[in-house]
Design a protein around this ligand. Structure first.
Ligand SMILES: *[C@@H]1O[C@H](CO)[C@@H](O)[C@H](O)[C@H]1NC(C)=O
Ligand SMILES: *[C@@H]1O[C@H](CO)[C@@H](O)[C@H](O)[C@H]1NC(C)=O
Ligand SMILES: *[C@@H]1O[C@H](CO)[C@@H](O)[C@H](O)[C@H]1NC(C)=O
Length: 184
């Protein structure tokens, strides 16, 4: 009897080891997907909408006008967007690609409410409640780096994801810049 339960324990332990997720890899994936989601939100901003930033300025006719900036240049608007961006992680699940076993996190439902078509190419990871941790890692990232991210958005930094996930936070391993982009 004792031997049998030991054997069971051994099987369980070895199984857990196989299912163990590399937290660093997960944090990198969360960072990348967070910037996908952020980009969606920034692209949705209407460039014609302006927001008041306090204070007054003269317009071309010499009239006193409230000072405004486009929404994409407003720190308050950007800060609100960053505060909300991690809610999108509720839509994500951890999976492995059937083709090569690589860990990924993917949307179940696409922003247009359709099912993500790649779901048939992946296996779901169902071992624990770490789906929730995606949002947790996202919030941790945003809280720690908001002061870094906002100036980069204001500065219209190209490839925000790469700048933040690789260069500024080291969450993802450095990859060479994509050459393909210049060919497009
Ligand atoms: C694993 O397969 C997916 C889907 O085909 C691909 O996007 C990904 O880059 C592959 N990962 C590796 C490490 O080969
Ligand atoms: C994580 O997501 C997968 C896929 O939807 C689901 O099967 C699993 O039950 C989820 N785990 C938890 C704890 O929510
Ligand atoms: C903004 O962009 C300029 C020109 O590319 C650069 O010199 C400056 O360091 C950038 N500032 C930030 C905060 O990224």
């Amino acid at each position: 009897m004792i031997k049998l339960s030991n054997l069971c324990l051994l099987i369980i332990i070895s199984h857990l080891t196989i299912a163990k997720i590399d937290v660093d890899e997960l944090k990198c994936l969360v960072c990348k997907r967070t910037f996908d989601e952020l980009k969606l939100k920034l692209d949705k901003l209407d460039p014609t909408l302006h927001t008041e930033i306090g204070g007054y300025q003269l317009d071309t006719e010499g009239n006193l006008k409230k000072k405004t900036v486009s929404q994409a240049k407003s720190e308050i608007v950007l800060s609100d967007i960053l505060d909300e961006v991690c809610n999108a992680m509720d839509e994500y699940v951890r999976v492995t690609w059937k083709s090569n076993g690589t860990l990924a996190i993917v949307r179940m439902i696409m922003p247009d409410s359709s099912m993500n078509p790649i779901l048939s190419d992946v296996n779901f990871i169902t071992d624990d409640d770490l789906n929730k941790s995606l949002k947790y890692y996202c919030e941790e990232l945003v809280e720690m780096y908001e002061e870094t991210i906002i100036p980069e958005i204001l500065n219209e930094t190209e490839d925000l994801e790469r700048t933040i996930c690789q260069t500024k936070t080291n969450l993802c391993p450095l990859e060479p810049a994509q050459e393909a982009k210049t060919e497009l």
